[in-house]
Structures are given as C-alpha cells and as structure tokens.
Design a protein around this ligand. Structure first.
Ligand code: PLP
Length: 416
C-alpha cells in the first residue's frame, strides 16, 4: 500500500482516475515519476490556462523570490499587490470599461463566492439567492447552498438553505421560453418565492457538464435582474481568464454583472489566488468584515501581473482560443456524427469543450482509455456523463492534433 492510500483520506478523488505519481510538468505536458509523459487536457481544472511552469511567469516568480520579496502579507500594502492592481486595472478593467473595486477574499474560488453572497445580502438586506440547475460554486457551506450536485450537497451534513434553483439555459431542451418560470414566480405575489438578493450564474457550467449558456440567455438574465432589482453575480472562477476566449466569459454577451468571482487561472501559475470584483456602490464592507490569513500571497500577485502583461495586452490569445475551440467543436461534431446510434452531444464554448455520453460509465471508460494513451481529461455533469476538455490556452496546434487523435482512438476503443 502506498503512503497515499495509507495516510491520505478517502476523500481524494483525481488520483483515483490517474493512479500514477506525477513529478514534473512543462507547458501542456505533465510527467509521472517514471518519466511517462501525458498531454494535460485537464490543466488543473482550469487553474493552468497558460500551461505548467510557464517560462515567462516562472522567471518573474524566481526573480521576486531571489530578491527576498515579501511572500505573505495578509492585506497589507505591498509592491507586488500594487503592481497587480495597476496592471489589472490598465489591462483588463479599463479597456473593457468595467468599473469594479477588488476584494481579496481568501485564496480559492469558494472564498470568492462566499464574499459575493455575503456582500449581496449585506447590501440588499435580503437573504435569498437564486442559483441554477447543475451549478457548481464550491464546497464551503454558502457556496454549496447554491450548488446543484446532490452528492456534494449531501456531504454538508446540515440543511442548505436560502437558495432557490431555477432552470439554466436549455434545461428543457429548448421547449420552454427563456425565464418563463423565473419571471412568473417573481411577478406572482402568491408564488411563495422569497425576494432574492442576487442571482449567481456561470457563463458556461464547467462542473455541471460543459453547459454553455447562449449569449442571448445571459443578456436576458441581465435584463431580468435589472427589471426586478436583483444583483447579478457572475461566477467566472472556472470560465474566466480567457477560457471561453475573452478574458471574462460574459464579455461577448455585452453585459456588466454587479459582482464577479475570479480564481483558478488568475494567478496564472497555479498559485492560490481569488478576487471578488464589486461595483463601487456595493462596497459597503466595514474594515475586516470579510477576512482571512491568505489574502495577500505575493508570489501569486507576481505571476498574475506577469500573465496579464504577457497575454492580455492584445487580443492574440483571445483569437487563438476561439479558433482552437472551433477546431475542437468541429472535430467533436464529426465524432457525434460518426456514432449516430450512441446519441452523443458536442458541447462547449472557447476552450471549454465536452462530449456528452448516454451515461457516466461510458464517459469514464473513454477518459480511462485516453489516460492509458497518455492524455489527461476528466468527466463532469451530474452523472459524470460528460467527457470534459480544458486544455491550456497556450497549447500548440500540434498538441491539439495529438490530443484529438488520442480522443478519437479512445472513443473508438470504447464504442467499437
Ligand atoms: N466556482 C466555480 C464555477 C468553480 O468551477 C469552482 C471550482 O471548480 C469553484 C467556484 C470553487 O473553487 P475552489 O475549488 O477554488 O474553491
């Protein structure tokens, strides 16, 4: 029995699908301790949009550590935080005419979501939140209360309250007009719906099965929130930082949410970091009212700043992400058509892509077959029925061809 099986809790999960010991990683590739190489189309569940150990970011990080730059600083002022805020403002916020203040909520995505929910409740004085079917927002109690997955909710051990789920885009396979149910409940004084403080939504549901909301649906949601005076929280933890092409997943819809959650790839290097962006008029926090020891991890600020300077001063990465995404979309449509009897569905936007299988067993067999052929990808969806691709945005065309060939072979080996 390995030390992992002996000492590490049964709660471990990814290591069960990929039972090797990883050691080194560079770009789109990760190596196990025996030197076997894997093409990484998992990319830290979206935390490694610029690949493993990106050389530009690595250099900035090494330079910072070499000069004994402050590593830990809670929310004190530091040079690293100033550089990050200035660069984020100049590179991301201003060009998009986004007026947000930045909350550093603690190092993970769930922290960003908790801060968003707390603030929405404090600002509005209301406690109820609207979430969506198949949403995933994190594993802390507040974030779990707006998450759909019943297995994950079940582990809370207490009732998860103050949230009401509404149908996400295409929940009824296009047979229901958008927001018919939601709008009716809001308008009907007999509906029993508590007046919501906020709606929380993902532009593309990653964990929920690569469900990409139509841009029209996102615009409709934004309008509905404005009509009913409800705050709109966009959880861009997984789909932000360029995953769908644009820096934010909501940009193409032309909307400006009231609150935005970012984490995963914001540090650019896989270092823990999260942000909750809030419209200035919502900044009603008292000092320390939302707190945490790890809100100022300077190495993450350093690599975050460098990633913005390297990849977001022009639209090259955005264009290449969209083009590569289209390529995967076309390849997946070809696979869907090659197996008409299996009723596969190609899904996604940008470089968040998936194929839905009739059940989780098939999707998981395909991921295992791909792993045996040297490719990492995971499943998602309520029954793990979606084979999910989140390659680094920086992968080369050759790496993409290589990965698509492995996926083709893996599906063939399972469905043959
Ligand atoms: N929100 C979304 C959309 C996510 O995909 C995730 C994680 O997958 C989270 C929040 C939670 O982030 P973390 O696991 O860093 O707490």
């Amino acid at each position: 029995m390995s030390i992992f099986e002996e000492l590490e809790s049964e709660v471990r999960s990814y290591s069960r699908g990929w039972p090797v010991v990883f050691d080194r990683a560079q770009g789109s590739r990760i190596y196990d301790e025996n030197g076997k190489v894997y093409l990484d189309f998992f990319a830290g569940a979206g935390a490694l949009n610029y690949g493993h150990n990106n050389p530009m970011l690595k250099k900035a990080l090494i330079d910072y550590i070499s000069r004994d730059g402050v590593i830990h600083a809670l929310d004190m002022f530091t040079v690293a935080k100033r550089d990050f805020l200035e660069t984020f403002n100049e590179t991301i916020l201003k060009p998009r005419e986004l007026d947000y203040k930045v909350v550093f909520p603690g190092p993970g995505g769930a922290n960003a979501v908790e801060a968003a929910l707390k603030l929405a409740r404090k600002v509005t004085g209301k406690e109820s939140i609207i979430n969506f079917t198949n949403a995933f927002h994190g594993m802390t109690l507040g974030a779990l209360s707006v998450t759909g997955n019943s297995m994950k909710r079940g582990a809370a051990g207490i009732p998860l309250v103050h949230a009401t789920p509404m149908p996400y885009d295409n929940y009824f396979d296009g047979t229901m007009p958008d927001f018919m149910y939601f709008e009716k409940l809001l308008q009907d004084s007999g509906s029993g719906l508590n007046e919501p403080a906020a709606v929380i939504v993902e532009g593309v549901q990653g964990e929920g099965g690569i469900n990409a909301a139509r841009l029209d649906w996102l615009r409709g949601l934004d309008e509905l929130c404005k009509r009913h005076d409800i705050l709109l929280i966009m959880d861009d933890v997984q789909m932000g930082c360029g995953r769908t092409g644009a820096f934010f997943s909501f940009e193409d819809a032309g909307i400006k949410p009231d609150i935005v959650c970012l984490s995963k790839s914001i540090s650019g290097y896989g270092l823990p970091m999260a942000l909750t962006l809030i419209k200035p008029e919502l900044d009603v926090w008292g000092p320390g009212e939302h707190n945490g020891t790890f809100r100022g991890i300077s190495p993450a600020f350093v690599t975050a700043t460098e990633s913005l300077r390297t990849y977001w001063r022009d639209d090259e990465l955005e264009k290449s992400t969209k083009a590569k995404g289209e390529r995967i979309g076309a390849a997946f449509q070809g696979i869907v058509e090659a197996y008409p009897e299996t009723h596969l569905v190609a899904k996604g936007r940008g470089l968040a892509r998936g194929i839905e299988f009739p059940d989780g067993e098939l999707a998981s067999k395909v991921c295992t077959a791909a792993f045996e052929r040297g490719l990492l990808m995971e499943t998602s969806g309520p029954d793990s029925e979606v084979m999910k691709l989140l390659p680094p945005l920086t992968l080369t065309d050759e790496e993409l061809s290589e990965g698509l060939a492995i996926i083709d072979e893996s599906i063939k080996s399972v469905l043959r």
